[in-house]
Every structure is written in C-alpha cells, then in structure tokens.
Write a protein that binds this ligand. Structure first.
Ligand SMILES: [Zn+2]
Length: 487
C-alpha cells in the first residue's frame, strides 16, 4: 500500500519541498530509500524505526520503499525524518491516507521526540510562494510572526502527538500578536551627535539614499559614534524584506530572532575574502549577504587586506554577487549600505594637528584600497569636531521621520537621478562636472545624492541647490591623498 507526506530539504537558503512516497508490501523485511538521499537522510531509517518503537507504534513488517520526489534533487539533512515517518504510517494504514496539505519538518530523536530545525523562515517563504497552508513542526519552535499568521501551524513534542493530531485534528491554536514598531528612542530624545551638525545631515542623506560612506578622521574625533548613530537612522524594513533577511541569517545563526530592524554587520579588519563574500559548497552567506538590506560597517577600512577590499567591487556595483555552490551558479543578495571609517594617515593626525608622515607614506597608506573601490564609495567625508560650539540639534524622531519620508519618496521614483532634475538642476550639474572635470561615475553619484537631498526636503523634483549641495558631498575635484591614490 502507498502513503504520502510532504517535507522539505534545504541547500543554503534554497528550500525545496519534497513529496515523500512510501510503499509497504509483503516480502523479506527491508527498508530502502531512493531519490538521491545523502547519508544524513539515509540515516533517517534508523531514527524512524527507533521512534516508532518508543512511540508504541508497530513498525511495518515486510518490504518498505521510500521514494523522495523530485528524484533529481539531492536531499540532505534530517528535516525529512518526520515526513518519512508519516508517509510510512499512512502506507501501513496506521493513519488515514488523505490528501493532506501539510508540510512536516522535524528531525526525530530515537525516543520519538521532535527536534527543532533551523531555517523555518526559508521553508515558510517557499510554502507561501507555492500556496501551501499548513505546517507541522516541533513544539519548541515558532515561525516569524508575519508567516505564522498566514499558516495553520501544528506543534508537537513527540511522534505520538503528531499521530493523535492527524487522527483527530484540533482547531488551530491562537494567532501570534503582531509586532508593533520597535522602540529605539523615546520621542523627544536628542540626536546623540553633539558637535556634529554637519555629520548629522550627512548621515541622514546616506541613510535615506543608502549611499556608501567613508568617514575619515583622527582617533577620537567620533567616527565610530557616527557609524553607530547611522544604524539608528535607518527606517524599519517591510515584513517581506525582514523575512528575506531572516532566511539568510538563520543559515549561520539558528537562534536568529526575527526583527524588522535592518541587520548590522561589523566584520573585523582581519576578515578574509571568504568571510566577506561567503560561498563554498553549501553557499554559506558571507558578511555582505548578512548585511543585505542593512549596514556593513568596516572600521579601520584601510587595515583590511587589499584582496578583501577589492572583493567589495561586485556587491557595491550590483547589490549581489555570483558564486558556485555544488556545481551550480547561485546569486547571493548583497545590497547593503557601506559605512567605513579610517584614519587620514598612518599616524592618524593629518589635518588634525601634528602629522609627521611623509607624503610618500600617506600615498602608500591610501593605496591599500584599490582606486576603483574608493571611487564606488559615494561620499568620502573628513569628520570635523565642532568643539565648544553649542549646536541646536533637532530631536531624533524628527530626523528619523525625515529619513523615512525621503526613503519612501525615493522608493516610488522609478529612476532617481538626472531624469528627475529640473532644467536648472541639469544645467548646474553639467556646468559643475565640466569645471571639476568630473568622471561619468562622479556625475551619476552627484545626481543620485541630489535626488536624496531633494527627497529629504519632501520633494521628488531635484532643483539646482540640491545639485550644489551634492557636489560638495561628492567633491569630485578634491585634491587629497584619497584622490591622488586613485589616479
Ligand atoms: Zn600622519
């Protein structure tokens, strides 16, 4: 007799839903599994047999054949244990053989207990994509709330509980409560950047337009504080964006807690190319993918290896990167906002006091970063400390709101940049680019920054003053070690 159940297998963040087909027939007792299972899936035979015994369920005598469909896809991991057990129970008539739209995902312990499996978000997203509505998991697990409220979720501690549920289905348990905005700062709190009026505006521009930023300054000038403050300025992700982020993070961190806040990654400057980009046989996400839709903070930017910095070119350009996993090409998302910090010279005090570094030393220092990577950073800013000045700082929630509004304006603009400019804006851009001998990339960056500045003022039309301010930030004619190193 035949029995069916549905489960899932995962390769990186790529989830495949699997139809488990079991056949129980007369003959010499034998348990065969086909359909490209790897050794971890094949070991399910021992776990399932033992779980039946401890759950007080008779293990079918005779020949058992389990087929995993589609047969051409490699299956790995222990996610399929429960689905295999249910398919065998149905094939041996211990459970009613019905067309059940449930995905079963759990490993079975030898005593029949259901062991939680990491990566449920990716399964939930695939289920939603393919129109499935019901999921059976370990009682110790939960889905992120935007998914949990879309499915009927059956939780069980033991194989016996699953059998009881399938024989006599109970109404679904209570729905999870929706998460409200996650409080970061109480209303009225001041933006915590005393003495950094200019930088406050700069951070707002970069947060709204997701512009890559390099902060240059002497030790103690506040670069790290600015990078930290930037994190708080970014608006919350949408639910779907946050689910996509969670699916990637659960691969490397099974205890990842679902949140609408954008991810923040801060790899150490000794990080290798592999750590930054990820990849490998199992398509492990690297730092650039874990920072997708969030921020990648690179402190001591010029201390990273030349190869590591060079590796940032592709994700900075495309917002994704291609790699090979298990012989197949795979695209990993990597659309992050880069916030990097560095000293201006080896001693750290050029432009801030007594610098004794020779010019050649400074050029060598900056040449650690490949020119094309520096050129892809939208804004390179020398941090000034407005020491002793009383600065009127607007409350944080004002900045937060302004950034959210600007991001929304930019999101609905199909092609921000030059096409959104008024005639005067375009003329100002053309004049400045000619005068400063700006490159085509400078021109594009200036146009994008100008669009963000306009959006921060609540406009989608870019005016000449927006272009003027964008030129100051991009600074294409700036003669500094930074630019010299790029020549
Ligand atoms: Zn120096």
């Amino acid at each position: 007799m035949l029995g069916y159940a549905y489960g899932a297998t995962r390769h990186g963040a790529d989830v495949q839903l699997i139809r488990v087909q079991a056949d129980v027939g007369p003959g010499f007792p034998r348990f065969t599994m086909v359909g490209l299972p790897d050794s971890s899936v094949s070991e399910a035979k021992a776990r399932v047999r033992s779980a039946f015994h401890h759950a007080g369920l008779p293990f079918p005598k005779g020949r058992i054949t389990v087929n995993l469909q589609p047969a051409g896809v490699k299956k790995q991991g222990s996610w399929l244990d429960l689905a295999i057990a249910v398919a065998i129970l149905r094939a041996s008539s211990a459970l009613p053989s019905q067309d059940d739209p449930t995905i079963f995902v759990a490993e079975l312990a030898l005593d029949g207990a259901l062991i939680p499996q990491a990566g449920l978000t990716a399964i939930g997203l695939r289920m939603r994509e393919e129109g499935w509505s019901s999921l059976c998991i370990s009682a110790d697990q939960s889905l992120p709330w935007p998914l949990e409220e879309q499915f009927r979720v059956v939780r069980a501690k033991h194989l016996q509980d699953v059998v009881a549920e399938l024989r006599h289905p109970r109404p679904s348990s209570e729905r999870p409560s929706r998460q409200t905005a996650e409080g970061r700062w109480a209303d009225g709190t001041c933006f915590p950047l005393v003495g950094h009026r200019v930088e406050t505006r700069l951070l707002a521009i970069c947060a709204a337009g997701r512009h890559a930023l390099l902060l240059v300054g002497s030790p103690g000038v506040g670069k790290t504080t600015l990078a930290d403050a930037f994190v708080h300025l970014l608006p919350d992700l949408t639910e779907d964006e946050a689910l996509e982020v969670a699916a990637w993070h659960e691969i490397v961190n099974p205890a990842y807690s679902f949140t609408l806040r954008p991810p923040v990654r801060r790899p150490h400057h000794t990080a290798s190319v592999r750590t930054l980009l990820g990849g490998g046989r199992f398509a492990t996400p690297g730092e650039v993918t874990l920072a997708h839709r969030g921020i990648l903070i690179l402190d001591e930017f010029l201390e990273f290896s030349h190869a590591a910095l060079n590796a940032l070119r592709e994700p900075l350009d495309r917002g994704s990167l291609e790699c090979m996993a298990n012989g197949k090409p795979l695209v990993l998302p990597a659309s992050f906002t880069l916030v990097a910090t560095t000293n201006p010279c080896p001693c750290g005090y050029r432009g801030y006091g007594d610098c004794t570094c020779p010019e050649t030393e400074i050029r060598r220092y900056w040449s650690r970063c490949p020119g094309p990577v520096l050129d892809r950073i939208d804004i390179i800013h020398h941090v000034n400390r407005e020491v002793g000045q009383h600065v009127d700082v607007e409350p944080f929630h004002v900045w937060e709101k302004r950034v959210s509004t600007a991001a929304a304006i930019l999101a609905r603009c199909p092609r921000p940049g030059e096409s959104a400019m008024t005639g005067a804006g375009q003329k100002a851009l053309a004049r400045a680019c000619e005068r400063l001998r700006a490159s085509e990339r400078d021109r594009q960056k200036i146009a994008m920054i100008a669009s963000t500045i306009a959006a921060l003022e609540g406009r989608d039309e870019v005016l000449a003053p927006d272009v003027d301010e964008a030129i100051i930030w991009r600074n294409p004619g700036f003669a500094s070690p930074v630019r010299n190193a790029m020549m």
